[in-house]
Design a protein around this ligand. Structure first.
Ligand code: PBG
Length: 326
């Protein structure tokens, strides 16, 4: 035998030397759920280890993450029902707790990278990402709302806006509005290939944002489709996106790979709440070795082609890495 692939696997040092992929803390974005108030930490039942936090505790959480080497965050608001309406007007209240929290984070930690969520669902009494009329999600009436949300977030100091709504043409509307307002340095990470997935369940528990009727299949993509992701990617690129995202990650590794092969933009993947919940639950039951399975999951998403990963595992991954090195 001239070739014995096992030779390159025979010791830890050699295995590390020939390792093709590694997960960098620099590429991880940690999602945080913010609520109005002070001193509030409400654990999310279907996401063990993750809580809805008030702004003061978000600052503490960011401080402890930064110490561990996590420097990027994405912020989602959990808005109480009484503030929700058809046009997401609370999102436009310049003094709402979400924008206040963005301002506080950026003034306390100017060096961190902060990303927002741009969609109507956290503020919408219909629980949909777009504007609803007669049971339909109206694309073009949603665009100015998303554009206004983005400008307000940019004013508050956000580094990257993240349109997660899947309306057609929203990247262009947002880019135009940001540029008109002088925020030409605010980036757009577009949820390019966002699928109508069952894996968002725990996130909708966290925000209490499940659709009040129907589902999201008229705007989010059909899990059966792959070529269609290329159409979305082409559009987002031409409309001015700075990053393309695939969501969820684990069941869509082929789509991550496809976009990576077909775009020069950085590719992000959202390792979503259901993926987190599955692994946590199996780990808690002792059915899987969580500490090994979790880094393997992040590694596989990186190997598929993700330059950036939004993941609820980020903090624990950083902690584990420090423990392993100690
Ligand atoms: C909604 C939004 C969702 C997620 C991020 N933004 C849920 C949805 O589309 O219903 C899901 C994130 C996760 O599951 O971790 N704009």
């Amino acid at each position: 035998m001239l070739q014995r692939p096992r030779r390159n696997r025979r010791s830890e040092v050699i295995r590390s030397m020939v390792s093709e992929t590694s997960v960098s803390l620099d590429s991880l974005i940690f999602p945080l759920f913010v609520v109005d108030g002070k001193g509030i930490a409400e654990p999310i039942k279907s996401m063990p280890g993750i809580s809805r936090l008030s702004g003061d505790l978000i600052l503490k959480e960011i401080e402890s993450c930064v110490k561990l080497g996590i420097r990027s965050f994405v912020l989602f608001p959990a808005v109480e029902d009484s503030l929700k309406d058809k046009v997401a007007s609370y999102a436009m209240d310049k003094n709402n707790f979400y924008l206040r929290c963005i301002r506080e984070i950026k003034s306390r930690f100017p060096e961190v990278c902060l990303m927002s969520d741009v969609a109507m669902d956290p503020y919408s009494s219909d629980g949909h990402d777009g504007y609803v009329e007669d049971g339909q999600i109206i694309n073009d009436k949603t665009l100015p709302i998303l554009a206004e949300m983005s400008v307000l977030q940019a004013e508050a100091g956000i580094d990257i806006v993240g349109p997660s709504d899947m309306m057609d043409g929203r990247v262009e509307s947002i880019r135009d509005a940001l540029d008109d307002a002088g925020f030409y340095n605010t980036s757009i990470m577009s949820y390019t290939a966002k699928y109508a997935s069952a894996y968002y369940g725990p996130f909708r528990d966290a925000l209490d944002s499940a659709p009040k009727f129907g589902d999201k299949k008229t705007y989010q993509m059909n899990p059966a489709n792959k070529r269609e992701a290329l159409i979305e990617a082409r559009l987002d690129e031409s409309e001015g996106a700075d990053f393309l995202m695939v969501k969820p990650a684990l069941c869509y590794l082929d789509v991550i790979h496809l976009l990576k092969e077909n775009s020069e933009l950085p590719i992000a993947a959202y390792n979503v709440s259901g993926e987190y919940a599955m692994l946590k639950a199996a780990g808690e039951k002792g059915w899987i070795n969580y500490e090994k399975a979790m880094p393997e999951m992040l590694l596989s998403i990186t190997r598929a082609g993700a330059d950036v990963i939004l993941t609820y595992f980020a903090k624990e991954f950083a902690q584990l890495r420090i423990e392993k090195k100690a």
